[in-house]
Design a protein around this ligand. Structure first.
Ligand SMILES: [Fe+2]
Length: 180
């Protein structure tokens, strides 16, 4: 499966533009993290793109969110990839770098998107990691973006400030696709 095929599968299951954009943003951050670790960038991006595939089917049943995605994708995912998707909704322990990265990238994409929306130009281009750090510290800002989950990135050796940089730069690379 390549990126285009992953997006095609995503759009077969997810009809909300905002959710598609969230998945693309998480994919971009995952790609940036893979680059940082010297891992397979396209594979990591694909896991980000697909992580919320079942969201519209499970929104009234959050306890099966992620389990359903693994069921739908079946053999298209390796065991490690299945674990990462399950772990992002606390259905499996965080073990590998892939697991921790997805767990942290998910809320990070939400924080960045919210930070862009309050900018006068509503563009990611001028967003700096310093200003994102301030937003991170303001617990009332984008309160749904779980700070503790984002901090988990430190468990795999990436400082939070570096995580902000990687995430902003990665989302900038697909700013047009994200409409940011
Ligand atoms: Fe997500």
């Amino acid at each position: 499966m390549n990126r285009d095929e992953a997006i095609k599968i995503l759009k077969e299951h997810v009809k909300t533009d905002n959710l598609v954009n969230h998945c693309l943003a998480v994919g971009a951050i995952m790609k940036g993290l893979a680059k940082e670790f010297g891992e397979d960038e396209e594979r990591w991006e694909i896991i980000g793109i697909l992580h919320d595939l079942d969201y519209e089917y499970t929104k009234d049943n959050p306890e099966i969110h992620a389990k359903k995605t693994v069921e739908i994708l079946g053999d298209k995912l390796s065991e490690e990839e299945k674990n990462a998707i399950l772990a992002h909704n606390e259905h499996a322990p965080l073990k590998t770098k892939l697991d921790f990265s997805l767990y942290a990238a998910d809320p990070m994409s939400g924080l960045i998107t919210a930070a862009v929306y309050v900018r006068p130009d509503k563009k990611i281009e001028g967003l700096k990691s310093k200003s994102l750090k301030k937003k991170f510290k303001d617990k009332s800002f984008a309160a749904g973006a779980n700070r503790e989950n984002m901090k988990k990135i430190e468990d795999i050796g990436i400082e939070l400030s570096r995580f902000f940089e990687i995430s902003i730069e990665s989302m900038k690379e697909i700013a047009d696709e994200l409409g940011l």
